[in-house]
Design a protein around this ligand. Structure first.
Ligand SMILES: Cc1cc2nc3c(=O)[nH]c(=O)nc-3n(C[C@H](O)[C@H](O)[C@H](O)COP(=O)(O)OP(=O)(O)OC[C@H]3O[C@@H](n4cnc5c(N)ncnc54)[C@H](O)[C@@H]3O)c2cc1C
Length: 395
């Protein structure tokens, strides 16, 4: 299959790489350029807060593919250079080093950037965790017995707290919500996560925002909460979410609103597509714009976009999925878990720490969450599919 004459992928990570792989798998033989601002060959991010931070993996093990597999893709990888602007009509990307790359089709796969606290820049001992270099630098500063404060009780903050605790640090997890991951999994499961963290010795200081960081001689010494309490610290990790990496697109004329806004086929403009964390696409089944920050979406959306580029006319309408590992708990989530959903344990039991929870809202199953029950959780995913299908078929 020939397809477009030349394809340019901007962003050389999970979504970018898997777009290239999907194009080749589907028989595209034309030219592909991949532009990435990091110097590293594509690597995976989920292990950064788990195996790499824990020291169980050498950082290079996070590589997504071997050099040989990448070479066999027959794509031109330009790494260590950032896209600085996009001319949509000419489908030309300019880079900070002055390169100009033109193509018939441009795929935007620039992901997200970690959000920072005001004033954190320049204070030693304060980290965000998004990339491999962040993980290596943070790991080097995590010494047993040191006091670590993790700011942000979302998925990433909760994972980092768990990993650091297993490394023997004195860990405090703080954030405005009542329990870890309350926004992502709702009150019932987040309370169980709070128990899990407490049992493992993580101190929870939740329900209060952060007012600022304290430092002495350029090194962090503490975190001041809006309640006035000060959490003394040797190291601080700021895990307060991420923003789509779209700044370089500000003058492009594309619609940017919490990501690159695109249609159900992930098309942002004629010949321009978005994939992965940066893409805010119209989900036809939920009938709304959706941006998914998870690893499975990066792969699934890349495959969908590759198919559309090569002429398939199919909307991308996935059942959202993410997982997280904290201490001995492995959670899998299919679908959506609204905070006000009703929850019911449908497999296993909470006391035994192996169970599946069904989330329903207005009588419809919105999501399934499994805690150390991956097989049963996967089997119950169909309930979410059936529920979405039923709601779509209602006029
Ligand atoms: C520490 C960590 C742990 C995670 N754990 C999980 C997990 O357990 N489960 C799960 O489902 N998901 C997890 N995720 C989320 C998952 O890794 C992401 O959803 C996934 O990486 C998204 O892939 P992406 O390619 O869209 O974006 P990214 O991986 O962010 O890649 C975007 C790439 O584009 C580059 N880029 C940005 N701007 C430019 C530019 N102007 N020019 C050129 N290149 C640019 C970036 O530097 C980056 O290399 C985790 C993420 C992190 C950071």
């Amino acid at each position: 299959m020939t397809g477009p004459g030349r394809i340019l992928v901007v962003g050389a990570s999970a979504a970018g790489l898997t777009t290239v792989e999907a194009l080749r798998r589907k028989g595209y033989t034309g030219a592909i350029d991949v532009l990435g601002d990091e110097v590293h060959a594509p690597y995976d991010r989920p292990p950064l807060s788990k195996q790499v931070l824990a020291g169980a993996w050498e950082p290079q093990r996070a590589a997504l593919r071997t050099a040989e597999v990448i070479a066999n893709l027959d794509a031109d990888f330009v790494l260590g250079d950032a896209a600085s602007s996009l001319d949509v009509a000419a489908r030309t990307v300019r880079t900070t080093s002055g390169r100009e790359l033109s193509a018939d089709v441009v795929v935007l796969a620039t992901g997200v950037r970690a959000r920072a606290l005001p004033g954190q820049e320049g204070i030693a001992g304060v980290y965000t965790l998004r990339g491999l270099d962040d993980a290596v630098a943070l790991k080097a500063d995590l010494r047993p017995g040191s006091r670590l404060v993790v700011v942000g009780e979302g998925v990433l903050g909760s994972e980092i707290a768990a990993t650091a605790r297993t490394l023997g640090l004195d860990v405090t997890l703080t954030g405005p919500l009542a329990a870890p991951m309350a926004l992502q999994v709702g009150p019932m499961v987040s309370e169980l996560l709070a128990d899990l963290h407490r049992e493992h010795g993580v101190r929870l200081r939740l329900g209060s925002g952060v007012a600022g960081l304290l430092s002495e001689d350029g090194r962090v010494t503490g975190v001041r909460l809006s309640s006035g309490e000060i959490l003394p610290s040797d190291v601080v990790v700021v895990a307060i979410g991420a923003t789509p990496a779209t700044q370089w697109l500000d003058d492009s004329g594309l619609t940017l609103d919490n990501g690159v806004v695109c249609d159900a086929r992930c098309r942002a403009a004629d010949g321009i597509y978005a994939v992965g964390d940066v893409a805010r696409f119209h989900h036809e089944s939920y009938n709304r714009l959706m941006r998914l920050e998870n690893r499975t979406n990066a792969t699934e959306q890349a495959a969908a976009v590759a198919a559309v580029i090569l002429g398939e006319d199919r909307a991308y309408a996935p059942v959202p999925y993410f997982w997280t590992d904290q201490f001995e708990a492995k959670l899998q989530v299919h679908g959506l878990l609204p905070a006000d959903a009703e929850t019911e344990v449908v497999e296993g039991d909470v006391a035994g720490r192996r169970f599946v929870v069904r989330y329903t809202s207005g009588g419809a199953v919105t999501g399934i969450l499994g805690w150390n029950m991956p097989k049963q959780t996967r089997m119950r995913r169909q309930e979410v599919v059936d529920s979405i299908t039923a709601s779509v078929s209602v006029p």
